[in-house]
Design a protein around this ligand. Structure first.
Ligand SMILES: [Zn+2]
Ligand SMILES: [Zn+2]
Ligand SMILES: [Zn+2]
Length: 257
């Protein structure tokens, strides 16, 4: 399984337009963060977590040529507004692309992208999507076992995703404030875990670095990463503040499991 971080930034992205702070002006390429999305490749499947507004640029930057299915986490703008950028991929597929979403996220997607429930106009190229409800139970897609991971993130019907393939496992929870005990149990001992850490100061609906570090310690992954960082913390700063064994992800980071 190969995991590529297409984006590791919060909803504003980093740098933030109009901001002159040290992180937004940083020369470190790891301080340039697209909105959060993750690409997971296995021998038989190419899977995408979320469709941020940067999706087109992210696919070009990382050389993504194929997406077989999408796993949505929640319906916030920074995770869904690149949905139409799936078209270059859906256009090449013989069947509609499967997209899994929690019930709340599915409802929002059907409202925003109302063509999902309308017959296509011949000759046009709307995304051909097979939108499916992630009910909570694990399921298989092309040899990958996929488990939705419920998480607390404001009012969102938020789920992270656990991937299991070829004896390896990866858990990704891009936005969260707290993980229920059942989700912690599902994540325990995975080979790779990546969870939300917005900044140093606390936030009502996102973990900060301390909360993420404490949660990752409980998960006990072989390798632990934080993402969804905002411009208040540089990559180097986050790296220095996080305990040994936990590091910040960055755009373009690729991990083979
Ligand atoms: Zn987000
Ligand atoms: Zn800034
Ligand atoms: Zn969110």
């Amino acid at each position: 399984m190969r995991v590529t971080f297409l984006g590791t930034g919060t909803s504003y992205g980093v740098p933030m337009p109009g901001c002159d702070c040290a992180v937004c002006r940083s020369a470190d390429p790891r301080d340039r963060r697209f909105r959060t999305a993750i690409y997971v490749e296995t021998p038989a499947a190419a899977l995408l977590i979320d469709t941020p507004p940067d999706l087109r640029s992210q696919c070009l930057a990382a050389g993504v040529r194929r997406i077989d299915a999408v796993l949505m986490t929640h319906d916030h703008a920074d995770h869904v507004f690149g949905f139409d950028d799936l078209r270059p991929f859906t256009n090449r597929m013989p069947e509609p692309m499967p997209v899994w979403a929690s019930p709340g996220t599915e409802r929002t997607l059907r409202k925003i992208f109302d063509y999902l429930d309308r017959p296509p106009i011949p000759g046009t190229s709307l995304a051909r999507i097979d939108l499916r409800t992630a009910t909570g139970a694990p399921f298989e897609f092309r040899g990958v076992r996929l488990t939705p991971l419920p998480a607390e993130h404001g009012r969102a019907d938020m789920i992270g995703w656990k991937f299991e393939c070829g004896g390896k496992s990866f858990a990704a929870i891009p936005d969260c404030k707290r993980l229920p005990p059942a989700t912690l149990d599902l994540c325990r001992g995975v080979d790779l875990a990546a969870i939300d850490a917005l900044r140093i100061r606390p936030h009502p609906t996102h973990m900060n670095l301390d909360e993420a570090a404490a949660t990752l310690r409980r998960i006990g992954a072989r390798r632990a990463l934080v993402l969804h960082l905002c411009h208040e913390v540089s990559h180097a700063q986050a790296e220095a503040l996080l305990p040994a064994g936990i590091s910040p992800a960055y755009d373009g980071l690729q991990i083979e499991l």
